[in-house]
Design a protein. Structure first.
Length: 129
């Protein structure tokens, strides 16, 4: 007869939280910065505006500026804390892309212009027969 209460206790304990404390608290914020970035054409150059909302520690934000597939320029902004940072890049005809890297990992990508895509109506020999 004593087996039933013990068996019932074991079976019902699987329906409850089994970790302590029952409230684990708030999760830690991500270690990467929270930024809002914009890319604005201005005459013969493009101006990147980066607004830093949250920054866990100071560091360099590496900016890579591409035209079509080629790398045109690289710059680094030292981010000390929340605020607005700007950088300018040369602008020519065509498709441009700005990639922001924080500690080697991509943080954002901004595009300006239209990429040169192949014409879908033009049939190319793809080697399939």
């Amino acid at each position: 007869m004593r087996v039933w209460p013990l068996l019932l206790l074991v079976l019902l304990s699987g329906c409850r939280y089994t970790f302590l404390p029952l409230d684990p608290g708030r999760p830690l914020p991500p270690d990467r910065p929270f930024v809002v970035a914009r890319l604005l054409p201005s005459g013969g150059e493009a101006r990147a505006e980066v607004r830093v909302e949250r920054l866990s520690r100071p560091g360099h934000l590496h900016l890579k500026w591409f035209r079509e597939e080629g790398l045109v320029a690289e710059k680094a902004l030292f981010l000390e804390g929340p605020g607005t940072y700007t950088a300018s890049f040369p602008l020519a005809e065509g498709y441009h892309r700005l990639v922001g890297l924080w500690e080697g990992a991509p943080l954002f990508q901004l595009d300006l212009g239209t990429p040169a895509l192949p014409d879908p109506d033009q049939v190319e020999d793809q080697g399939h027969r």
